[in-house]
Design a protein around this ligand. Sequence first.
Ligand code: DC
Length: 241
Amino acid sequence: MNGSSPSPSCAAIDVVAIDGPSGAGKSTVAKRVAGQLGYQYLDTGAMYRAVTWHFLEAGCVPAECSGLPDRGAAQMRKVLDQTQLLLAAGRVLVNGLDVTSHLRTREVESQVSAVAALPFVRAAMRALQRQVAAAGALVAEGRDMCTAVFPNAAWKVFLDAKPLARAERRVADFARQGRTASLSVVLHEIEVRDRLDSTRDDAPLRQAQDAQFIDTSLLSSDQVVALVLALVRGKPRVMPS
Ligand code: DC
């Protein structure tokens, strides 16, 4: 996997960039907005999760390598260089293997923020994300879509919600997957991940100045989808002259 990518040019590009913390409703909303607009949908969290799963399989996640002089960086870089990541039709393939069902395990969840903080991992993901955008109009969701990956996205949104509302949604998500989880544990995990994601050096989670802020705490996904579509349809992309 090669981390270099062309810098985005200044002209606005056909990307609806959606950022926000875990449980703010990004995935549901981004998928539905993409469907309504006929755009591609890109779940960038799934990319970081897939890389984390792959590092776990190779025995080189940051937690396992913390005692090494380079904290496992050389091994992780080597694994990453030999990794082909493909996202298609809601599935994630690592070197041809469908890993979709492994992305939400507790092992992956406990390591993904540490993996996502590694600059060489972020550079590789950024390059892939821009390749996807070069192939056509896109709704991309994550933590740094508006700020770092697509600073020239035509539409930018930051979704947030109160931590308790986000934790309740995660518990409901888990229940739909047949998993039980205590609200207090999930709330604590959300707070830990928020802290890690927003305090890392490389592309921390934060709202872009020009992003539309939406607090989803008391809104249904229908309402949030409607707000995002109104933003897109009400603010057509300005074509460069
Ligand atoms: O959205 P999610 O919960 O699937 O994200 C998983 C992790 O990946 C989370 O800790 C934040 C990180 N992430 C990131 O750093 N940058 C992105 N663009 C997307 C996700």
